[in-house]
Ligand binder design. Structure first.
Ligand code: GUN
Ligand code: FE
Length: 472
């Protein structure tokens, strides 16, 4: 029961995706055919101006498709297709707090704002309200895949998985494990390490029952972060990971106070990354959020285990955590994606996270004392942050064969973006903050979208060929 629509789909117009970190590919006057399973089966590039529709009809005939079985989606002026965004780190349970953090920093933020809200979602009607709004809001911003943290509650976490499946957002859904008596409040923690593992298994079984092949929704092991977890719980989760090769998500080295706490709680480990490694949680399927203050030794350990990093620039600025060095992480051989980290981050938009990634990288550059190559290199480009938002995220989640770009064999997780067009009289057609005058080249259009775009520009969103959001 994945709620798929049976129709085939043909998209016509300009397709834009990231070829590599540095290169964006623009395919104009092109045709993409998507079969009833949501897979891209044919791409015809650059058919030539005026020949697009004729080519499309010829192609569907070749495929043996009937017109009445096909949904057509055609770009108008100012519109293009882009791969769906991938949010590699978001707390669905914290969505009502987006924007509410005052001047707090991580540990007091958790205590003041976060734990009380998460605990309150043991009420299923409230969980349904919050999770429905979160999934719909993120889809409206073009997020086709999200790695979600839910709460410690099994029923509410299962509900989040059900909602992602029925509304149609691809998701990794994690029940938060937090059993340690030190940091976690009495009113919000797992009763024991055994309970942590048992409840995690219940969520995995539920997801296996509703989406057996993890087509749309998959479980993800979610030890909240080292200070929340006992050694026994982390060890048990690592066993589960090895047994089923499941994805893992947690936080690392976000804030100096947190790092000092980890050093105190785990005196036998050399470092924060060393704690996760010691208990078997640093794997190629692990996504570590933040990594703001990791040392060179930790980065090398993370790289050697093939673990990934979710860069959360909006959150890192909002709760004053610091500026993560993406270029440096890349240079150590670590794959990086973007996370909104709602509600450490105030915005559910991955486009906003990409924009903030650019700005934070400029702050990293300003922190490099010496003028020259290193300072210049710290700055991320438009192409690079759009890569982080799509292909980079796909790689972090082990989805790079399925999503993140437009290639035959990949699934159609895509968004149709529309920018306003300014006429000769200065009046514009189309909504939003981005005005296209017509003389911008395509690189400039992407930059204008990145810096001033928002959900008003996200006209349609598909996941696995299913239209899951349309802006009316
Ligand atoms: N570290 C432990 N829990 C959290 C959380 O909910 N958000 C963030 N940003 N960091 C954390
Ligand atoms: Fe987080």
């Amino acid at each position: 029961m994945t709620g798929r629509q049976a129709n085939k789909l043909v998209a016509l117009g300009t397709f834009v995706h990231c070829h590599s970190r540095q290169a964006i590919e623009f395919m104009h006057n092109s045709v993409v055919c998507v079969d009833e399973n949501g897979k891209i089966v044919r791409i015809e590039k650059e058919t030539g101006e005026g020949r697009l529709h004729a080519k499309a009809h010829a192609v569907i005939e070749e495929l043996g498709w009937h017109h009445e079985d096909v949904n057509w989606h055609v770009c108008e002026p100012g519109q293009f297709f882009f791969p769906g965004f991938i949010d590699t780190h978001i707390h669905a349970s914290q969505y009502p707090n987006a924007g509410i953090f005052g001047k707090s920093t991580l540990l007091d933020w958790l205590e003041t704002y976060t734990f009380p809200l998460e605990a309150s979602l043991a009420s299923l009607p409230k969980a349904r309200q919050v999770y429905t709004a979160c999934v719909r809001r993120t889809l409206a911003h073009g997020t086709t895949t999200a790695a979600y943290y839910a709460t410690i509650d099994v029923a509410a976490t299962n509900l989040l998985a059900d909602l992602c499946l029925s509304i149609g957002q691809r998701a990794f859904v994690g029940r938060v494990c937090m059993d340690d008596k030190g940091l976690n409040p009495d009113y919000y923690r797992d009763e024991s390490a055994e309970a942590s593992i048992q409840k995690t298994k219940e969520v995995i079984e539920h997801i296996e029952s509703v989406d057996p092949s993890f087509d749309i929704v998959a479980p993800i092991l979610t030890p909240r972060f080292a200070p929340s977890c006992s050694k026994e719980a982390m060890t048990g989760l690592a066993e589960l990971q090895r047994e089923k090769n499941l994805a893992v998500q947690t936080h690392i080295s976000e804030n100096k106070g947190e790092i000092a706490l980890v050093a105190k709680l785990f005196p036998d480990s050399d470092s924060y990354a060393g704690v996760y490694d010691q208990y078997g949680l640093l794997t190629p399927r692990t996504v570590l959020a933040h990594a703001v203050h990791v040392t060179t030794e930790e980065a090398d350990l993370i790289a050697s285990r093939g673990a990934k990093v979710s860069h959360c620039p909006c959150s890192n600025s909002s709760i004053t955590s610091g500026a993560a060095r993406v270029r440096w992480l890349w240079s150590r051989g670590i794959e990086v994606g973007l996370g909104t980290d709602v509600s450490g981050g105030y915005s559910p938009s991955v486009l906003e996270a990409a924009r903030q990634a650019v700005l934070v990288s400029r702050h990293v550059a300003m922190g490099v004392e010496q003028e020259g190559e290193e300072k210049e290199a710290a700055k991320l480009t438009v192409e690079e942050v759009l890569y982080l938002a799509t292909r980079g995220g796909a790689k972090c989640l082990g989805m790079e064969e399925r999503v993140g770009g437009f290639e035959v064999g990949k699934e159609w997780d895509a968004q149709m973006i529309g920018l306003a067009v300014v006429g000769e009289d200065g009046e514009k057609t189309g909504e939003g903050n981005v005005d296209m005058f017509g003389w911008e080249n395509w690189e400039e259009r992407m930059a204008k979208w990145l810096y001033n775009g928002d959900d008003r520009n996200t006209k349609k969103v598909w996941v696995k060929g299913r239209l899951v959001h349309e802006r009316k």
